[in-house]
Ligand binder design. Sequence first.
Ligand code: LCV
Length: 259
Amino acid sequence: MQYVLTEKQDATGIITLDHAEKRNALSEALVGEIIAALETFRTQGTRAVILRAQPGIKVWSAGHDVNELPAGGRDPLGWNDPLRILIRSIQESPIPVIGLIEGSVWGGACEVAMACDILVATPDATFAITPAKLGVPYNLGGLMTLVNMIPLPIVKEMLFTAQPLPADQAFNLGIINYIKAADEIGPFVMAMAERIGHNSPLSISVMKDALRLLSSAHAVTPDLFERIQGMRRIVYDSEDYQEGIRAFREKRRPRFPGK
Ligand code: LCV
């Protein structure tokens, strides 16, 4: 493991994002290590998993590795994109995943956090959903994850402004379960994981999957799906998309032509 640390404390597994020099960007390699750790913990009969970054980190994760986004002409968030595979791995894991959030969370990493079953954050935590900043058309499943966790007007504000949502507002909206000080959050989350571990893993895993199926049960006709995919293609084939990626690489504010 090069980009994450794993640790097992009794029936609790801990996955720590550990690629600070790239702000824990969700590269294919880092994502692969998280998924492998989730699978290992499942085979070991772990009862709860904590997904966190290093204590005191300023950036929990900077989101999708922008350097791994396609140059254009291809869906940047297709079914087999590492971020999409990670989201499904968390949501489909039979083990409850508790997100322990410190620092700022960006882009697809916000969805990773929202895919966790329970969120506990420090007061300095912020959540910024940024596809509009890059000219990326977020994908249908990703929007579903967000809409299931965040009230629609707030989702629209976060998507359209790409501005960070502070932890206190996220807590008031019920997006995160608790806000805990940096020196309390570790023991608090561990105690919660242990409480989960004392309950029936079979009952919990079935209820977790039932809730996932119920929350994603929306009738999307083939026509509606193809219409949305067609609209998304216009975006990822656009000059906006090219400009978003270029501006990131040139470390400057993008100037979107809107076409
Ligand atoms: C690759 C990075 C990244 C990064 N990828 O440190 O949601 S969607 O649809 O938008 C989806 C496609 C998605 O998730 O896109 C990514 C969205 N993320 C962002 O827009 C955040 C981009 N990053 C930043 O704004 C800054 O890096 C933050 C504010 C997170 C941290 O700023 P700070 O000044 O502390 P640097 O910007 O200097 O970054 C340190 C190193 O990490 C790389 C960045 O290129 C730099 O590498 P070098 O030292 O080689 O220059 N890095 C940061 N984010 N998402 N690489």
